[in-house]
Design a protein around this ligand. Structure first.
Ligand code: MG
Length: 303
């Protein structure tokens, strides 16, 4: 079955229940160079994202529009919120994961592994136990476009778990070419991590892998969950039913927990990432190259 509604392509009947024919893609604002790191604040009803090459973070408020939120921004990339609602940010420029305190000051959560600088943290998720899981590819130190061209200090591009309770930083995955988007299933029993290694070689990975979470601290398995033939999976989020909504070239793909591709939302620009927002968490906020878009869906994002 293949049925197009607006910019939406239904590939599986299940997708019809997840989208609405009356909801159309809205362009919220433009003027960015590479938009990434969408995060939503329901308490203030606003959306933030990073504009990595322009070294700034943008804020968009419904009814008011956009403004610069933070300039400079240490070439921020992925964003999320911790259990207390504070902004948690991956920064290429400082090669760290930071937290923004209630008074507006930034605190470095972690910037080194065994004394060596991280590469350039890319995307991050906070687990319900407060631990901070993030990917650390080299995109932010490869050139001066999205950070500062620098030598790497680590011998790999790892996925890390940081425990703020005891300050320990542990490698949870060491077999990625360029680890990128990262998210848990609703019950946190599965972890999904994208590998965008195709940026390094034409036969490199363009897939998302799924891992079983062990003891809440380790992951095992890592089978390929979904693959693209063109474009990249960069960032993604899950809904409460466990469907994976992911950037996929110039669009958003939605996969069932089984890995079946349910449908696709086409966009006019290459998508980097997305998040669920709005008071019902049923509004997709999508960062796509120069612009931010939104679309109401019949799914709710994981809290
Ligand atoms: Mg990313």
């Amino acid at each position: 079955m293949n049925d197009s509604l607006n910019e939406v392509t239904v590939l599986d009947a299940r997708f019809k229940g997840l989208i609405s024919e009356t909801c159309v893609l809205e362009k919220l604002f433009t003027g960015m160079r590479w938009a990434e790191g969408p995060v939503y604040f329901a308490d203030g009803d606003y959306f933030l994202c990073s504009d990595i090459p322009n070294d700034r973070m943008m804020q968009w408020i419904d009814g008011l529009g956009e403004r610069e939120f933070r300039v400079p921004a240490d070439h921020s990339n992925g964003n999320t919120r911790d259990l207390s609602g504070r902004l948690v940010t991956c920064e290429h420029g400082s090669r760290s994961v930071s937290r923004t305190e209630y008074d507006g000051r930034k605190t470095v959560i972690v910037d080194r592994y065994r004394g060596k600088k991280l590469n350039s943290p890319n995307d991050v998720v906070v687990k319900s136990d407060g631990t901070v899981w993030f990917t650390d590819p080299t995109y932010g130190i490869k050139s001066d476009h999205e950070g500062h061209k620098s030598e790497r200090e680590l011998d790999g591009n790892y996925v890390f778990r940081f425990d703020p309770a005891d300050g320990t930083l542990a490698i949870v995955a060491d077999d990625f070419v360029q680890p990128n988007g990262i998210a848990f299933s609703p019950d946190e029993s599965v972890m999904y991590i994208a590998d965008t290694g195709a940026t390094e070689s034409s036969d490199g990975p363009r897939h998302i892998r799924s891992f079983r979470v062990r003891d809440g601290r380790r992951i095992s398995g890592g089978d390929v969950f979904a693959t693209l033939t063109d474009g990249l999976f960069d960032g993604f989020r899950l809904d409460t039913a466990g469907n994976v909504w992911t950037s996929a070239g110039a669009g958003v793909n939605c996969y069932a927990p089984t890995g079946d591709l349910l449908g696709r939302i086409s966009l006019p620009e290459t998508v980097s990432n997305l998040t669920f927002g709005g008071p019902y968490r049923n509004r997709l906020f999508i960062t796509a190259t120069t612009s931010a878009y939104s679309l109401f869906v019949n799914a709710r994002g994981v809290v």
